[in-house]
Design a protein. Structure first.
Lengths: 425, 453
């Protein structure tokens, strides 16, 4: 299956200060997606100062030497730009899609906050964003039913001190404890052009875009030197099964396994497995647990694309009458089947068809394409990997799926978090 | 020339994006809207029926969405699982749902499967059999889903607002209905509704890369009976609004934050002030740099994000402003929201702020049309609101640009009513009641009572 359209190949460029730039022309709409990845995330933090990468991401929208406090969004929204950023375990991204004639505006803003942030970094801004982030944590985690389940799963799945053991948003205590000096040091350490990838996808001329990017970024010096990244560790976490009662009506179970990192062959095999099991209504998890036996309200399987190692996750909400243990056992039965027998041909075929359609749908968004380019450039120094991603999935054979399930999922017990209703606990 | 960073770079002004041309064709018994976009080998297909939830009788609430969902749960030729398998073999799935104004069956597929996909969609509409066992199965799942949703403070907040603004009115409950509504529905209700649905005006919407003649031939083959008369019911009658401000606190003693809403009835989709209200909403709470967000998030620091929204439906749907706020700051936040509404009524919006809102709306127009679903959504709007002219989206950027300060303040005075707004706060009543009682009399309800959804 091949993808055609009004797009051309990838153009790559690298500035002397190490900034890598990837550009791809697409003339279908008069827009350009500008997408910047910094190779720093929550895994680069330490206990006691968790949440710093995310808090810092907020600070980066507060203006810089030549950009007033609310003017980053101000300038972009004025021209019809759609902008955001996000923090993850392994990276922090900043992105905006603007009408293509405003590429230079986006480059001015991004280069100003990379090259000239510190003079504008005030304790007043830190205090404002600290409260915003605390409210974000309340809204997304502490005041959400089931909100703390995933961070608890991470806490017990990984050993103490493991870079994936704490939540990306950080603990409330650590968010409260961050100092202006922490923020300045974090910036100086990690926000360096040689720790960044800029991807541009849209109605641009790639060579002109490189010239323009160089104009804005080349004077920014390389940072002081990056510390070595945290290393993979095979040390086991406490594991087990944690009960976390909450103000909910229906129980939910979260089951996790530590599996090979994003990019590994088995990672792709496990993603195919996740898709086959839980996407759509003919996948065995939905068909058996939701539709036929009505044990579950919903069920999903997924694998996270993380760098040191990955997490394979099963999440399922139980019907009111179903005991969580019964649901867990049913989920494990399906994994055991997947480890013992290859996927039925019809299911394997429809999974592949779905992956191909989903890949095409992903191509509709310029920013999603740019983000995937940045992802491959950051993790593997090969942006062309983004264009080969679908082929990697389609190259996975049924027996590789079975073997990956057997090796990584059924050979070791799951780590489990159960969220039952408080009144029943 | 050395780089001057002290000012943003100047770029030439951008022409407003032109909504692409589309064709309206007729097939037997239906209209077909065809909007080609050749960028990717994808096509989005949708059957849109001008028959939504707002025509449900009060004792059949929830029947629109239940019937829509059941369209995918078995036909004369396929069981529920076989329907799913047919779409999944094409690498896709089908979505069947209803909103207040219409019922929709849609799918996005690779272009090579367009004809097969279109036939499958029509089979679901025309030949769904609503097996009794599927009706019961879906009811059970919906009841459980309602219980799950009722744990969410944001769901409790919006549902409480609907009940306050639309007592004894079809808009006064979510589209799913209440638990009592769902339990009461029987297969006979679904079958009866399906009969009326099938007689409603139908449009096939096609966007993406497709063979026009092939799809029109498929539609002709369906041999749908011609709809002789417009069978759509009139929009729902207006319901009297509360005459004075009201506050309802839904008590959740352990809440870590408060979900706050300020609302009243808004204006219908088709209205002379619709476009001015979009500009007004953009200024008020429709973007990051809106008044509500900058005030509540960046200045007062009491929330992660504040927003506002006018709904767009045949009748006067709600206007709501909201935010998840620090519980101790709820009184201040509610006061601030009401003050911003009042300010828009009292003082003209400064010219630069107005210009920024308009350029944001016009500038983000192509962004919202990147995906085929974005294009299809606009066509769906035209198909379900026949009073809208065909050129609505081609004219939209110009209509936005034409909104001036006078129109904005008139729209604010006509459609923002802080003096009789309803305030809903979901959080610990012991802490909230003293903060809010200065604004209006406070009524406290227990979440447990509201949690029987």
């Amino acid at each position: 299956m091949s993808v055609s359209g009004t797009t051309t190949g990838l153009h790559r460029h690298r500035l002397d200060n190490g900034l890598r730039i990837v550009a791809q022309r697409d003339e279908s709409l008069p827009l350009v997606a500008v997408n910047l990845w910094y190779h720093v995330g929550s895994k680069n933090e330490r206990p006691g100062r968790t949440g710093l990468a995310h808090l810092f991401e907020h600070m980066l929208f507060q203006g810089s030497l030549h950009v007033g406090t609310n003017d980053h969004f101000g300038y972009l929204q004025q021209v019809g730009g759609v902008a955001n950023g996000s923090t993850w375990y392994d990276r922090t991204n900043y992105h905006e899609t603007v009408p293509s004639s405003y590429l230079e505006l986006a480059l001015w803003l991004e280069s100003d906050r990379l090259g000239f942030l510190l003079p504008a970094l005030t304790s007043e801004k830190l205090e404002t964003q600290r409260t915003v982030v605390m409210n974000e944590r309340r809204q997304r985690v502490d005041n959400q039913p089931y909100g703390r389940a995933l961070e608890e799963l991470h806490r017990i799945l990984y050993p103490v001190g493991h870079p994936y053991s704490w939540p990306v948003i950080g603990t409330m205590e650590d968010i409260a404890a961050a100092t202006l000096d922490d923020v300045r040091t974090f910036f100086a350490t990690y926000y360096s052009p040689n720790n960044a990838v800029l991807s541009l996808v849209g109605d641009i001329d790639p060579e002109e875009a490189f010239t323009l990017t160089a104009r804005y970024f080349e004077e920014i010096p390389v940072g002081r030197g990056l510390p070595p990244p945290p290393e993979r560790s095979d040390e086991a976490g406490e594991g087990g099964r944690l009960i976390l009662p909450d103000e909910v009506e229906l129980s939910r179970v979260y089951m996790g396994w530590r599996v090979p990192a994003y990019g590994d062959e088995d990672w792709y095999a496990l993603d195919v497995l996740a898709s086959a099991l839980s996407d759509g209504k003919t996948g065995p998890l939905y068909r058996d647990l939701v539709y036929e036996r009505e044990l579950a309200q919903d069920v999903s399987a997924m694998i996270l694309p993380t760098e040191l190692e990955a997490l394979f996750l099963l999440v399922s909400t139980a019907r009111p009458e179903t005991e969580p243990e019964r649901l867990e056992e049913a989920l494990l039965d399906h994994l055991r089947s997947a480890a013992a027998e290859t996927l039925p041909p019809a299911l394997f075929r429809s999974t592949r068809e779905r992956m191909a359609t989903a890949f095409l749908e992903g191509q509709e968004s310029l920013d999603q394409r740019a983000d995937l380019l940045s992802q491959h450039a950051t993790y593997f120094d090969r942006p062309e990997g983004a264009l080969e991603e679908l082929d990697r999935y389609l190259g996975v054979q049924p027996d590789a799926v079975r073997a990956a399930a057997a090796t990584h999922l059924t050979a070791s017990p799951a780590t489990v978090v159960v969220v039952p209703p408080e009144r029943a606990a | 020339m050395s780089l001057d960073r002290t000012r943003p770079p100047v770029s030439p002004p951008v022409e407003p994006f032109q909504f692409p041309e589309f064709e309206i064709a007729s097939a037997r018994g239906l209209d077909v809207y065809l909007l080609p976009r050749d960028t990717l080998p994808l096509v989005h297909l949708e059957l849109a029926l001008r028959y939504g939830a707002d025509v449900e009788p009060p004792d059949r609430r929830g029947s629109a969405t239940l019937t829509a969902a059941l369209l995918a749960e078995g036909t004369a030729h396929r069981t529920s699982q076989e329907v799913a398998a047919a779409f999944e073999a094409l690498g896709t799935e089908v979505h069947t749902n209803a909103d207040w104004d219409g019922t929709y069956l849609e799918t996005t597929l690779r272009s090579e499967h367009a004809a097969t996909g279109a036939d499958l969609l029509y089979e679901l509409l025309a030949e769904a059999t609503f097996p009794g066992e599927e009706v019961e199965r879906l009811k059970r799942r919906r009841l459980a889903d309602l219980r799950r949703r009722a744990s969410r403070p944001d769901f409790l907040a919006s549902r409480e607002m609907l009940r306050a603004l639309y007592p004894d009115h079809v808009y006064g409950e979510s589209l799913l209905g209440s638990a009592d509504d769902i339990e009461r529905l029987a297969r006979a209700d679904v079958v009866a509704r399906a009969g009326r649905l099938r007689a409603a005006p139908l449009t096939l919407l096609v966007t993406g890369r497709f063979d026009r003649d092939e799809l029109l031939a498929r539609a002709a083959h369906w041999d749908r009976p011609r709809v002789v008369a417009e069978t759509a019911a009139p929009p729902p009658q207006a319901v009297p609004e509360p005459e004075r401000r009201r506050i309802v606190v839904v008590d959740r003693p352990q809440a870590q934050q408060t979900e706050l809403r300020v609302g009243h009835q808004g204006l219908p989709r088709v209205h002379a002030d619709r476009i001015a209200s979009q500009v007004l909403n953009c200024v008020l709470g429709g973007k990051f740099t809106s008044r509500l967000n900058l005030s509540l998030r960046e200045r007062l620091g009491v929330t992660y994000g504040a927003w506002s929204r006018f709904s767009a439906r045949r009748g006067r749907g709600p206007f709501v402003a909201g935010a998840a706020v620090e519980t101790e700051a709820t009184g201040r936040a509610a006061t601030e929201i009401l003050a911003e509404l009042e300010r828009l009524r009292a003082d003209p919006v400064p010219a630069t702020e107005l210009a920024d809102a308009k350029s944001y709306l016009i500038g983000t127009f192509p962004y919202s049309l990147q995906a085929l679903e974005g294009l299809a959504g606009r066509l769906e709007d035209l198909a379900t609101h026949p009073d809208l002219p065909r050129e609505t989206y081609r004219e939209w950027p110009g209509a936005v640009a034409a909104v001036d300060g006078g129109a904005l303040i008139r729209t604010a005075r006509a459609h923002l009513h802080p003096e009789r707004a309803t305030v809903v706060a979901v959080g610990p009543a012991a802490v909230l009641e003293p903060q809010l009682s200065a604004l209006a009399p406070v009524e406290v309800v227990a979440a447990a009572d509201r949690q029987r959804p």
